[in-house]
Design a protein around this ligand. Structure first.
Ligand code: HEC
Ligand code: HEC
Ligand code: HEC
Ligand code: HEC
Ligand code: HEC
Ligand code: HEC
Ligand code: HEC
Ligand code: HEC
Length: 277
């Protein structure tokens, strides 16, 4: 999947800005018989003989920092954080790859990303190893309209670069569109559920998919926004404003109203928005 991403010239721009998580042309060692890819002793691999900086031989730390979780200059002694002792820090006390990732040799489908202590039922449960639930909820930028109907402007800058107003022109949104995944992944590091879609250029996909995508928007009178270069991104499927944040809601509230997952169409209809099954 990562390979196919760089086929599209337009994506080189965002790759240059945010980097690829995995470098080009490296072997996939996870689950491989070649223990020497990560351990210095290939015939007697143990936790003690892991290569130095083993993960960053093939994965870009800068991209991890931008797309998955801040690792540069984070304060591990922050009062808001409490790191369990099984989450080993680097010798200088900073967050390292092995703080959050465990034994990367045994592939376990239910813990694809080798998360320490996994598998987890919800990804947030992993986050709560170090973050407190209470502090995390305080950062929730999805509660934008207060009970009296007024707009809580303090939430907007969690995603926007400049303070937007209700009926600002859509171009204001483009300021974060290039790095949409980074905007959301600041707080959601999910990469598994949209593997088939994230970064796919809809104009280059099957004709039936493109046709259906256009028809759906007309049928429901709703926009499913793509990036400037036609890529599917988080906000193609998710509508992260509340009813009343914008002058015109770009979402169809089906069935019992507000949907928990902020989907633009109900989960039942969302897939048929582009797929004619
Ligand atoms: C992608 C890199 C990678 C490869 C390839 C790899 N390992 Fe590991 N291995 C790790 C990491 C990471 C740990 C965990 C270190 C930690 O948590 O301190 C580990 C830990 C171990 C441990 C000690 C923990 C345990 O599970 O009991 C053993 C034994 C081990 N590896 C054996 C192997 C063998 C055998 C192979 C080859 C079949 C292999 N490894 C290939 C990354 C790798
Ligand atoms: C020899 C190169 C190499 C090393 C060393 C390596 N990886 Fe990987 N890793 C890869 C490749 C290649 C992939 C597949 C990338 C893809 O499909 O986009 C991958 C995939 C992954 C994935 C995603 C797994 C999935 O199924 O989607 C995680 C998580 C990961 N690596 C973490 C680590 C960690 C943590 C370490 C250090 C212990 C490590 N890797 C060391 C090359 C490497
Ligand atoms: C604070 C915890 C944390 C740290 C530190 C961390 N990661 Fe991760 N990593 C995660 C989480 C959470 C995911 C997403 C898991 C998922 O998609 O379900 C992830 C995913 C990944 C993936 C797979 C991404 C994908 O989309 O396929 C790779 C590769 C990876 N990490 C490598 C690294 C490397 C290399 C380092 C060190 C430079 C590192 N991680 C440091 C938590 C961390
Ligand atoms: C190993 C412990 C650990 C885990 C697990 C972890 N984090 Fe963090 N996280 C930290 C530390 C340490 C900081 C830096 C806090 C500071 O500088 O005050 C941080 C900072 C952050 C920040 C920057 C904003 C802030 O609070 O300073 C966000 C957002 C964040 N983490 C989200 C997540 C998410 C989402 C997950 C789960 C996918 C996660 N974290 C898992 C340790 C962790
Ligand atoms: C969770 C992230 C997030 C937060 C928080 C957020 N926005 Fe947005 N905003 C977006 C995204 C993504 C777009 C791009 C269009 C879309 O997805 O609907 C956007 C687009 C817009 C637009 C352009 C309208 C259009 O139709 O494209 C306006 C106006 C706007 N936001 C206002 C606000 C205001 C006011 C707030 C605070 C009350 C806010 N936003 C909070 C993510 C966010
Ligand atoms: C500043 C942090 C932050 C940012 C940025 C952010 N979110 Fe969230 N998001 C949260 C919090 C906190 C919750 C509530 C989690 C809970 O209550 O379990 C949440 C909940 C969600 C949920 C519902 C998940 C569930 O488990 O019910 C979705 C879907 C979601 N966010 C999508 C997005 C998308 C898409 C973006 C980018 C446009 C985004 N978020 C940006 C913090 C953030
Ligand atoms: C915005 C349009 C869009 C939406 C919404 C959408 N898909 Fe897709 N999906 C695509 C595109 C584009 C591809 C790439 C393959 C292609 O050309 O059709 C794809 C590929 C897939 C694939 C991989 C198989 C293949 O044909 O390559 C699966 C499985 C899939 N989608 C399932 C779903 C499910 C389940 C949902 C609902 C949660 C969904 N899709 C929603 C556009 C969409
Ligand atoms: C093709 C459509 C599609 C795309 C693209 C997409 N999502 Fe989702 N997302 C969904 C659907 C459908 C669900 C509901 C899954 C369920 O309820 O089982 C979901 C669920 C979620 C949840 C809640 C998951 C949980 O475990 O509670 C979060 C958070 C989220 N998405 C964030 C994101 C982010 C961030 C991106 C971009 C990196 C993204 N999504 C891209 C369709 C999509």
């Amino acid at each position: 999947m990562r390979g196919s991403r760089i086929l599209f010239g337009s994506l080189l721009l965002s790759s240059a800005l945010f980097g690829q998580l995995t470098l080009d042309n490296v072997a996939n060692p996870h689950g491989s018989e070649d223990c020497g890819l990560c351990h210095t002793e290939s015939s007697d691999a143990t936790a003690a003989n892991l290569k130095k900086d083993v993960c960053t031989q093939c994965h870009s730390a800068a991209a991890i920092n931008a797309l998955i979780h801040p690792i540069d200059g984070v304060n591990t002694h922050s009062e808001r954080i409490s790191i369990p002792s099984s989450f080993k820090l680097e010798s200088d006390g900073s967050l390292g790859c092995l703080t959050c990732h465990q034994v990367a040799c045994k592939v376990n489908r239910s813990n694809r990303a080798f998360l320490r202590g996994g598998p987890y039922r919800k990804e947030l449960d992993f986050c709560y190893n170090c973050h407190s639930k209470k502090n995390y909820s305080k950062m929730n930028p999805h509660i934008q309209v207060l009970e009296d109907g007024s707009v809580n402007e303090s939430t907007c800058l969690q995603c926007h670069v400049k303070q937007p107003k209700k009926d600002d022109h859509p171009t204001i949104a483009n300021e974060m569109q290039l790095d949409m995944a980074a905007t959301c992944n600041k707080c959601h590091s999910l990469h598994s559920h949209e593997q088939n879609h994230q970064g796919k250029n809809i104009e280059l996909s099957k004709k039936a998919t493109v046709k259906r995508f256009k028809q759906t928007q007309q049928r429901f009178g709703v926009t499913l926004p793509l990036s400037e270069d036609n890529l599917i991104q988080c906000n193609t499927c998710h509508y992260t404003h509340n009813r009343g944040t914008l002058a015109v809601d770009q979402v169809v509230y089906e069935g019992d109203g507000e949907n928990q997952r902020f989907l633009r169409l109900s989960k039942e209809n969302l897939c048929y928005a582009c797929h004619d099954l």
